[in-house]
Write a protein of this length. Structure first.
Length: 284
């Protein structure tokens, strides 16, 4: 299953955060979304997943157009307003409909439930989403969770709590939770943020492996050049809510446009500074 995003517009209060964003991702392909902080990258993922709605534009999969909210009560669920009278969220979440097209999302800081075990975290979508609720027996759930943990290299940790795991392990548990429904579209928001180089490499490899195993199309928001190189097939760059670069990963890294060149230069400079500081600290 692929996805087409056409002319997405999103405003927060009086600020336009996405301004006509368009791209497509085919089955078995990974798109990287890059850009400076505040450029709208994570907002794109939240709109595709249904956590937010677009003000205009279309999201199309092989299952058809994904629904969104607007001001017409005949077309969409009722909206909740904040104290300023601005429309913010649907009372009936858009994601109820988008779950039907097999979309899953992982978050920057894993977003695991601290009070649930690893098993309970991973099984949560199967136990709580209405299309899966009561579908599986407990032995079946245990088998499914064990299979997903094996896919991310974490067999036998079902009874542990997130606080007992490293950051990289928590990230992989969040991957297992995301793929427990066998999604065809997987969204990754800063999957290697806060991880050391070794853990980042492991995560990048799993992004590639899971895409192949599930035959999914993937969208990865990242600032990491290593993730861009290892895990993506093509790139779009957002600047001030607009797409200012669209091309292959190699074209992005070669700095084909001024915006791409500036982004790659700044990220490389920051990484060199970080490595130099780390070396100095180790030498003390």
């Amino acid at each position: 299953m692929g996805i087409i995003v056409k002319n997405i517009v999103k405003d927060f209060h009086d600020k336009r955060v996405l301004d006509g964003v368009s791209f497509s991702v085919d089955e078995g392909e990974t798109l990287g979304i890059v850009g400076f902080s505040g450029s709208g990258k994570s907002t794109v993922l939240k709109i595709i997943s249904g956590l937010l709605y677009q003000d205009s534009g279309e999201i199309i999969t092989t299952e058809g157009k994904l629904p969104h909210c607007d001001n017409n009560p005949l077309n969409n669920p009722p909206l909740v307003k904040n104290s300023d009278g601005k429309h913010l969220f649907c009372e009936t979440p858009v994601q109820d409909s988008r779950h039907k097209v097999d979309i899953a999302m992982t978050f920057q800081y894993s977003a695991l439930f601290d009070f649930l075990t690893v098993f309970e975290n991973i099984a949560f979508p199967l136990m709580e989403r209405k299309e899966f609720k009561h579908k599986y027996t407990m032995p079946e759930l245990k088998k499914i969770v064990a299979e997903k943990l094996k896919m991310v290299g974490l067999e036998g940790i079902e009874n542990k709590y997130p606080s007992e795991l490293s950051g990289g392990m928590q990230k992989r548990v969040s991957f297992a939770r995301a793929i427990v429904t066998n999604p065809k579209i997987i969204l990754y928001d800063e999957p290697t943020a806060g991880l050391d180089p070794v853990s980042s490499t492991i995560i990048e490899d799993y992004i590639v492996d899971l895409k192949k195993e599930l035959k999914a199309c993937c969208i990865v928001v990242t600032h990491q050049l290593s993730t861009i190189k290892r895990a993506t097939d093509k790139i779009i760059m957002l600047y001030d809510g607009k797409v200012v670069f669209s091309g292959t990963t190699d074209e992005m890294l070669s700095g084909r446009t001024p915006h791409a060149k500036q982004f790659v230069y700044l990220i490389m400079s920051l990484q060199q500074t970080f490595h130099a500081q780390s070396y100095q600290m180790m030498s003390v």
